[in-house]
Design a protein around this ligand. Structure first.
Ligand SMILES: *Cc1c(COP(=O)(O)O)cnc(C)c1O
Length: 361
């Protein structure tokens, strides 16, 4: 028997979450963001659940090729644009739309030979200071692109730094609107948090983390508040139990000491599976669908859980590290991430290659 750990990808949840995005942004077309191997879910599996999207956004050219191999004929957008001139040949061949965020990318386009003009998304740096033209340089970049025979339609785009937090999007919206007021073209503004929290005039929204069932603005809101369903379950089983007496310790560094008689279970899951080592004692976990917590340090291949709330649990009992448990039980990846001082995005993306992945309804 293989080691009992596995990840399940719920294609029905992906489709459900996409429907939630459509409800929140009824007038927009939806880019399903599937970068980083669909946030760790696998492009091919994610595609099964997200094929109802209007397009797919990512940044790795090899991932774009994988999508075309799945016979996706609709739009694909390269969120960082091309990295070198010859990438434009692949864009022409596979009809990839691409972001243009610097002058070099315009130079490369101007020198590119193509039968088919390219659709581009011109990115503005409206305050995040990662990618894009400054508001002052934006108009001349637009005019340069507009004059190129290699360019077809130009869409306008920016990205928010604080859509999930207190600062919000107003300051960047003001910059973007002032600089684009009289420019034609479709707009693409919102990421997940903006889709859920704002009502912005966006022709194309870019739905990443919401599609996978994580609350973009946790802990302000939980996934259940937005009626999102987890698209990934990480689960395993108990491979041992221990009876502790007061004073007994658990795991490396003896980070946990029992203060009373206590039963614990040992789960076949550790940081080499992608479970965060920084999740200390008290991180939520489900055993047989009952909520309990971890105790002690996470080790490479195992972690320990308190069995006090689940006295019937024993060898072979199911442990849900995040996602869907037995029955209706759900453990949000956001809660586990918070306990480890990180965010759901990072845990999804960090699912380790040694964990077998299966599609589930
Ligand atoms: C990753 C990314 C997104 C999606 O962000 P979420 O917070 O996951 O919705 C949107 N736009 C750009 C430019 C991105 O890089």
């Amino acid at each position: 028997m293989p080691r009992p750990i596995e990840a399940l990808i719920h294609t029905d949840a992906l489709a459900h979450n996409l429907a939630r995005v459509r409800l929140a942004a009824p007038d927009a077309r939806v880019w399903a963001v599937v970068k980083a191997n669909a946030y760790g879910h696998g492009i091919e599996r994610a595609f099964e659940g997200l094929r109802g999207a209007d397009g797919f956004a990512l940044l790795d050219l090899a991932e774009a090729e994988r999508l075309r191999r799945l016979d996706w004929r609709g739009p694909i957008l390269l969120l960082e644009g091309v990295f070198e001139p010859r990438d434009l040949e692949l864009c022409s061949r596979l009809q990839l739309w691409h972001v243009v965020h610097n002058e070099a990318q315009i130079d490369w386009l101007a020198a590119h030979k193509t039968q088919q003009p390219h659709r581009v998304f011109l990115k503005m740096n409206s305050g995040m200071n990662r990618l894009g033209f400054t508001p002052e340089a934006y108009r001349s970049a637009w005019a340069r692109l507009d004059a190129l025979p290699q360019v077809d339609e130009i869409s306008l785009m920016t990205h928010f730094s604080d859509a999930d937090g207190e600062r919000g999007v107003a300051h960047q919206m003001a910059v973007f609107e002032a600089a684009t007021r009289d420019l034609p073209g479709e707009r693409s503004l919102s990421n997940s948090a903006a889709i859920l929290r704002e009502r912005l005039p966006s022709d194309w929204v870019r739905a990443g983390i919401v599609s996978y069932g994580s609350a973009a603005d946790f802990p302000a809101h939980h996934a259940s508040h937005w009626a999102l369903r987890p698209a990934m379950t990480l689960r395993s089983r108990l491979i041992a139990t221990q009876q502790l007496e007061p004073g007994d310790t658990v795991g490396y560094g003896s980070r946990y000491t029992a203060t009373a008689p206590q039963r614990i279970g040992i789960v076949a899951c550790g940081y080499a599976d992608g479970y965060p080592r920084h999740a200390g004692t008290g991180t939520p976990v489900l055993v047989d669908g009952v909520r309990t917590t971890t105790v002690g340090r996470v080790s490479m291949d195992m972690l320990a859980v308190d069995l006090s709330p689940v006295p019937h649990a024993g060898l072979g009992s199911e442990a849900t590290l995040w996602g869907r448990g037995p029955g209706d039980a759900v453990l949000s990846i956001d809660e586990v991430a918070q306990a480890a001082g990180t965010i759901g995005y990072e845990l999804m993306c960090a699912l380790a290659p040694r964990v077998p992945v299966h599609s589930a309804g």
